[in-house]
Write a protein that binds this ligand. Structure first.
Ligand code: 2BA
Length: 109
């Protein structure tokens, strides 16, 4: 058995969960946020038999798309009288960041 951890953008999370659920897969959705952009995203936990991992990846891939985000870096300290206007930096995010882990033991108690 494997545990697939998929970090997806908030906009893609609902339809990804629906697609996984429709395929008969169990999924847990956690609210999370990225350390770099500090923006909300979603982390999906999907426990599956080994032979369904590729199906999970296909469903995640087909429901998550790449987007451009903008972040405004913190301006550096400037001397009095100096003006330094920070401008937004474009960052590409997604489709999804996926980890596949071996599950040593699975119990439903
Ligand atoms: P964030 O950490 O908010 O990162 C958002 C996007 O910013 C990343 O998109 C990447 O394009 C860019 N980025 C991240 N760190 C950067 C850096 N030090 N310098 C320049 N650009 C940087 P994705 O790679 O698609 O990642 C989307 C989200 O997936 C991340 O949100 C984070 O929540 C998660 N993630 C990505 N890689 C991870 C990892 N190795 N471990 C844990 N979580 C990860």
């Amino acid at each position: 058995m494997k545990l697939v951890i998929a970090i997806v953008q908030g906009e893609d999370a609902g339809q990804t969960v629906e697609a996984l659920h429709a395929a008969g897969l169990s999924v847990t959705r956690l609210a999370s946020s990225g350390g770099f952009l500090q923006q909300g995203n979603a982390t999906l936990l999907i426990g599956v038999d080994d032979d369904r991992v590729e199906q999970v990846l296909t469903l995640v891939r087909s429901n998550c798309r790449e987007r451009n985000r903008y972040m405004t870096p913190m301006p550096p300290m400037v001397e009095p009288g100096e003006v330094l206007l920070p401008f937004p930096v474009e960052v590409q995010v997604g489709g999804a960041t996926v980890f596949v882990l071996d599950v040593e033991r699975y119990e439903r108690l």
